[in-house]
Design a protein around this ligand. Structure first.
Ligand code: NAP
Length: 334
């Protein structure tokens, strides 16, 4: 049994605690922490977990074998560095940190420790649909992928969500999964701002059109519209030399009523990728118990941050910003 400590008992922290406790196998949440300690007690007490008000005490608890970090992005580095220091595996929700510089500090610390300890929560790589698309592309039957068209539509966000968050909190999923799908690396990024919705606020540009160019010349276009009102709707279409692949959304019943044929669209991100989260955490538990780390790495987290930084820079100017990921360290070569 893997004894897990969860740092951050907010929305996704509670989701992961619930799936480990009630759905998955091989793991048990034995400790939780949150700066809002009442919140930690609310989730920790019913499952008999030790409750802490800070991350360091949880990480150093000898009863904790591995850590799940589900605090907001700006707080991830602290917990991840503490875990590396003591040599404990850590599953860190995306983004690894909020800047490439901070993520590089983590990469360097992990390499210096000489042991793979970090997995980043890029759960799209565990989604059945994305995995099928990757298999189809790798089969070669579709020829080379030429360009991708993706949408990340979200019904609404709060006033604490600002323009850069559209990149490092939202598009970070597409940033990671798209180059993983096509087996390529980004070389430049650009953002264009179309007409803005009346539903946004002064600190948020919404929608945003993002363009990522890969070394092969492939271009990914990602529309991020986080106040779209109608639902949480993630789409991806890959145009290839020999055909076009559309990412299948999970099947839902359609219905005919009042003179119309309707396909419902959900509002809740937790439900859209629920199976992917289950698979992701189950595979992390399984590999961690075997002393392995097979999922998205700290290097993947760094590459996503570097790409995000280029997009955020383009938010200011609209210009094309180059991306140079350098050479993949031997430590991360698969
Ligand atoms: P959330 O609801 O705000 O929860 C974060 C929790 O961490 C809150 O209880 C917060 O307390 C607490 N916290 C803040 N600073 C802390 C610190 N230094 N130490 C310990 N606890 C701290 O956020 P969330 O939606 O769960 O998101 C958490 C992370 O998961 C983010 O990185 C987010 O991007 C990621 N996420 C990933 C996905 C995915 O699809 N993979 C989906 C959702 C979220 P206060 O409220 O008192 O500040």
């Amino acid at each position: 049994m893997l004894r897990i400590g969860v740092v951050g008992c907010g929305a996704i922290g509670r989701e992961h605690i619930d799936r480990i406790t009630n759905k998955l196998s091989g793991g048990k949440v034995v400790a939780v922490s949150d700066v809002f300690v009442e919140g930690a007690h609310k989730v920790g007490d019913p499952i008999g977990a030790t409750v802490y008000n800070n991350s360091a005490d949880l990480v150093n608890d000898p009863d904790v074998d591995a850590i799940i970090c589900t605090t907001p992005g700006f707080a991830h580095k602290e917990t991840v560095m503490q875990a590396i220091e003591i040599g404990k595996p850590v599953f860190c929700e995306k983004p690894l940190t909020t800047t490439a510089e901070d993520s590089m500090d983590i990469v360097e610390a992990e390499i210096a420790g000489g042991k793979h300890l970090i997995q980043v929560g890029f759960m799209r790589r565990y989604d059945k649909g994305y995995r099928q698309v990757k298999e189809m592309l790798e089969s070669g039957e579709f020829g080379a992928p030429l360009y991708l068209k993706c949408t990340h539509w979200n019904p609404e966000v709060g006033t604490n969500y600002d323009t850069p968050m559209a990149v490092y909190d939202t598009a970070i999923h597409e940033i990671d999964v798209l180059h993983w799908l096509v087996g390529d690396e980004y070389e430049s990024a650009q953002i264009m701002m179309p007409r803005q919705t009346k539903h946004t606020h002064p600190d948020l540009k919404d929608p945003q059109l993002m363009f990522l160019k890969c070394r092969s010349g492939l271009i990914a276009m990602v529309e991020v519209f986080v106040n779209c009102r109608f639902g949480y709707d993630i789409n991806c279409q890959i145009v290839c030399e020999e055909g076009v692949i559309d990412l299948p959304s999970p099947a839902v019943p359609t219905y005919r009523k009042s003179g119309g044929l309707t396909t419902p669209i959900g509002h809740d991100w937790k439900k859209r990728f629920i199976e992917a989260y289950d698979t992701e955490i189950q595979e992390w538990i399984n590999s961690t118990r075997k002393g392995e780390m097979n999922g998205p790495s700290a290097w993947d987290g760094f590459v996503a941050n570097l790409t995000a930084d280029a997009l955020v820079a383009s938010q200011q100017t609209g210009e094309v910003v180059p991306i140079d990921i350098g050479v993949v360290p031997e430590f991360y070569k698969k």
